[in-house]
Design a binder for this molecule. Structure first.
Ligand SMILES: [Mg+2]
Length: 221
C-alpha cells in the first residue's frame, strides 16, 4: 500500500547559522533566469517548503577542535509523497524552476538531496523574491523570469506568492507531514500539467479548470 504521508528520515540537516548578508546591487532590472535551454518547453515553477518538502526545525550544537561550541540549525526534512515521480515526469515536459523564499544555504542542502538527477533546471531563492509589507510577504514575480507568461505555471502552497500573476498559479494544500492526512495532490496536478503541456496558453487552461464545470474533473482548485 502506498504511504499517504512522508518519512522523517529523508534527511537531517545541520546548518551553520545564516551567513552574513552579501551586498546586492539595487533592484533587478533584467531577467532572473538565463534564456531557456529548450524554448519549446513551458516553465513549471515550484515552491519548495510545504510544497515539495516539509522541514521541522530543531536545535543542535557543534563542538569545534578549539573547544568552542557553535549553535547549529537542525532540520528534519520529509518529502511530499509522490514528489520523486512528479519531478521525473514533469522534467520530460517542462523546464523546472524551484523558486523558494528560503535562503540559498538552506535550500541548496535540501535540493541537492531531493534532486540527485538534476531534474530541476534552475533554482531561485529569497534574493529573487520581491519583498512587501516590510519583508513580511515574499512575492515571486513571474514577469521577471524572462519567459512567455502564457507558458508558465507556478505551484505554491502560499497563494500570496503568485498574487502578481494569479492566473498562472495552482495553490497546493500545504504539506505538513501529519499522520492520517492525505497528500496526494501532486498526482492531480501532474495529470493536469501532462495534459496541457503542449497548450499554447496554459493560463487559459487554468481559467477553465477553475470553472464550476471543470473543477471536479481537474481537481486542482
Ligand atoms: Mg511554501
Amino acid at each position: 500500500m502506498k504511504r499517504e504521508h512522508g518519512d522523517w528520515d529523508f534527511q537531517t540537516l545541520d546548518l551553520m547559522p545564516e551567513p552574513k548578508k552579501v551586498k546586492t546591487k539595487g533592484e533587478f532590472t533584467t531577467c532572473i533566469l538565463p534564456p531557456p535551454l529548450d524554448p519549446n518547453k513551458p516553465t513549471l515553477v515550484l515552491d519548495m517548503d510545504n510544497t515539495l518538502i516539509h522541514a521541522r526545525e530543531g536545535k543542535a550544537t557543534l563542538r569545534l577542535f578549539s573547544g568552542k561550541v557553535v549553535p547549529l540549525e537542525r532540520y528534519m526534512v520529509a518529502k511530499r509523497p509522490g514528489v520523486d515521480e512528479f519531478l521525473r515526469d514533469m522534467a520530460k515536459l517542462y523546464e523546472i524552476v524551484v523558486f523558494t523564499a528560503a535562503m540559498q544555504y538552506y535550500a541548496d542542502k535540501i535540493l541537492d538531496k531531493l534532486d540527485p538527477e538534476g531534474l530541476i533546471t534552475h533554482r531561485l531563492y529569497r534574493d529573487s523574491c520581491v519583498s512587501c509589507d516590510g519583508g513580511e510577504t515574499m512575492i515571486k514575480d513571474l514577469s521577471r523570469l524572462g519567459r512567455d507568461l502564457k507558458r508558465v505555471v507556478i505551484v505554491d502552497d502560499n497563494p500570496h506568492s503568485f498574487s502578481l500573476q494569479p492566473r498562472n498559479g495552482i495553490p497546493i494544500p500545504a504539506f505538513k507531514n501529519r499522520k492520517g492526512r492525505k497528500y496526494s495532490h501532486l498526482k492531480d496536478i501532474g495529470f493536469f500539467l501532462e495534459t496541457f503541456a503542449k497548450a499554447e496558453d496554459l493560463t487559459r487552461a487554468l481559467d477553465i479548470a477553475k470553472t464550476k464545470r471543470y473543477r471536479k474533473i481537474c481537481k486542482i482548485f
